[in-house]
Design a protein around this ligand. Structure first.
Ligand code: PHE
Length: 404
C-alpha cells in the first residue's frame, strides 16, 4: 500500500513537471465521477461520464523474431475478446482499447515496453508476455508501479511470485513436467529419456527440471541431459551425445524455431527415437520448419481446437470467421486472459491497481476456452493439460491429464 502511494506521488510529481493535467491522463486510479477535468471534452456518448475516455489496456508480445507466432496469435485472441466486449457495450459504458508493443522476443524489450505502457500510455492493466523470461522482466516493472498484469501463457513458477499484481490464466510448469513424464511412462512406456533444453530461458530450464524430477520419481532414468542457448543453430554436438546414450525418447522443452532445427538435425544424425516437448511447440511454423522430422512428436498444451466443449466450439468458429485460421493455444490463452481481465474490471470497485487486482484475484469458476478458471492464492490457475501429436503437420488430440 505504501508502495502504491509512493508510486502515485512520483507519477503526480512527474505530471506536474511535464506540465500536464494529471486528471486528464488515462490512468484509472481515481473514481471516475467528478474526477475528470471540466475541459475533458464531453463527447456526447450516452451514459459516459464527461472526461471518460476508453479504458486503455497495455499488451506486450513478440510480434517479430524467433517466437513471432506466439505474439501474433496471442494478439489475435486478445483483439477478438476486445471486439466482443465493445460490441456488448464495453465496461461500465466505456470502450476498451489495446496499446501494443512488440518485444521481438527480447528480455530487455519486455522491461522497456511495460515501463512505457505504464508511465507514458498510463494503461489500467497489462496483458503479456508469452515467454516466461519476458514476463519476469515485464512483471517486475508492473509490480513496482502497482499495475495489475495478467500473463496469458507464461508457465514458469516464478512469474506470479513476483508479487500481488501479477496473475496468470494458465497452469504452471511443475504440472506440465509431470504431465509429460506421466505420458512418457504410461503411454510411450519409456524407461530411458534424454533431455535437450535452452538454458537461457526460464521456461525451458524450469520445465526440464520439472520433467526430470517427475520422470525419475516415476522410476524412469535420464539417459543424457544436454543444453543450448537462445540463438544457437547447431545442435550436432549435443545430439551426438544423445544418440550415444540410446534413449527411448527425447524431451525438448524449447520454443518452436529451435525445436524445429533440433528435430531436423536429430533425424539427419540417424536418431529415430520419438520427440516430446511442452507448450513451446505450439506454432504452425514448427511443421513448416521441420517437416517429416517432427511428425509423430508429442507435446503438452493448454487446449485442443478439436474439443467439443461449447466454449471451444464457439471460440473456434468466431476466430475462424475473423482470421480465416484455426486458433492455436496461444490465441485461446490470449482470448481467455483478456476476457477474464474485462470480467474483473466489471466487478471491481474501481479501476485502481489495488481494486482491480482484488477483483482478478476473486475470479472463480470462470468459463473459458481453456477450461474453468479459478485464481488461487498464488495468483495461478489450476487446469487440466492436453497432450497433442503432430500428424500431417497438424495437431491431433491424444489425451487430457487432470491436475494432481
Ligand atoms: N509457456 C511458455 C513460457 O512460459 C510460453 C508458451 C505458452 C508457448 C503457450 C507456447 C504456448 O515461456
Amino acid at each position: 500500500m505504501t508502495q502504491l502511494l509512493r508510486t502515485e506521488k512520483k507519477l503526480f510529481a512527474a505530471a506536474l513537471v511535464l506540465g500536464v493535467v494529471f486528471a486528464g491522463c488515462k490512468r484509472e486510479d481515481k473514481p471516475a465521477e467528478g474526477s475528470g477535468p471540466a475541459a475533458g471534452g464531453a463527447s456526447g456518448t450516452a451514459g459516459a461520464t464527461p472526461g471518460d475516455g476508453p479504458i486503455l489496456v497495455g499488451e506486450y508480445s513478440s510480434m517479430t523474431g524467433a517466437e513471432a507466432t506466439f505474439g501474433q496469435s496471442t494478439h489475435n485472441g486478445i483483439m477478438l475478446a476486445v471486439e466482443e466486449v465493445n460490441a456488448a457495450g464495453g465496461i461500465k459504458g466505456r470502450k476498451v482499447e489495446i496499446k501494443l508493443y512488440d518485444t521481438q522476443g527480447k528480455t530487455q524489450e519486455a522491461g522497456t515496453a511495460v515501463t512505457r505502457l505504464i508511465t507514458q500510455d498510463k494503461v489500467t492493466a497489462v496483458l503479456g508476455e508469452v515467454a516466461s523470461s519476458l514476463s519476469l522482466a515485464g512483471g517486475a516493472v508492473a509490480q513496482q508501479f502497482g499495475v495489475p498484469m495478467v500473463t496469458p501463457s507464461s508457465t514458469n513458477e516464478r512469474v506470479t511470485k513476483i508479487g500481488d499484481m501479477i496473475f496468470r490464466v494458465c497452469f504452471i510448469d511443475p504440472f506440465q513436467g509431470y504431465v509429460m513424464a506421466k505420458f512418457s511412462r504410461d503411454n510411450l512406456k519409456a524407461a530411458k529419456v534424454a533431455v535437450l533444453y535452452d538454458q537461457s530461458q526460464a521456461y525451458s530450464k524450469g520445465l526440464k527440471d520439472a520433467f526430470v524430477k517427475s520422470f525419475t520419481e516415476m522410476g524412469g532414468e535420464i539417459a543424457s541431459e544436454q543444453a543450448y542457448n537462445k540463438g544457437d543453430s547447431d545442435f550436432n554436438a549435443q545430439l551426438a551425445n544423445i544418440r550415444d546414450a540410446k534413449p527411448d525418447a527425447i524431451f525438448i522443452p524449447g520454443y518452436y524455431t529451435d525445436v524445429g532445427n533440433i528435430a531436423l538435425q536429430a533425424r539427419k544424425l540417424g536418431i529415430t527415437a520419438p520427440l516430446m516437448g511442452g507448450d513451446g511447440w505450439d506454432s504452425s511454423e514448427l511443421p513448416k520448419i521441420a517437416g517429416e522430422a517432427i511428425e509423430g512428436g508429442y507435446f503438452s498444451n493448454h487446449y485442443s481446437h478439436e474439443e467439443q466443449r461449447p466454449e471451444v466450439r464457439n471460440f473456434v468458429k468466431a476466430y475462424q470467421a475473423k482470421y480465416s485460421a484455426v486458433p492455436d493455444g496461444l490465441a485461446a490463452m490470449g482470448y481467455d486472459a483478456a476476457r477474464l481481465l474485462f470480467d474483473a474490471m466489471k466487478r471491481a470497485a474501481s479501476l485502481s491497481g489495488k481494486d482491480l487486482a482484488q477483483a482478478i484475484g476473486e475470479t472463480k469458476d470462470y468459463a473459458s476456452v481453456t477450461g474453468k478458471i479459478t485464481i488461487d492464492a498464488g495468483r495461478n490457475a489450476r487446469k487440466p493439460a492436453v497432450v497433442l501429436q503432430i500428424k500431417g503437420g497438424k495437431h491431433a488430440y491424444v489425451a487430457t491429464i487432470d491436475p494432481k
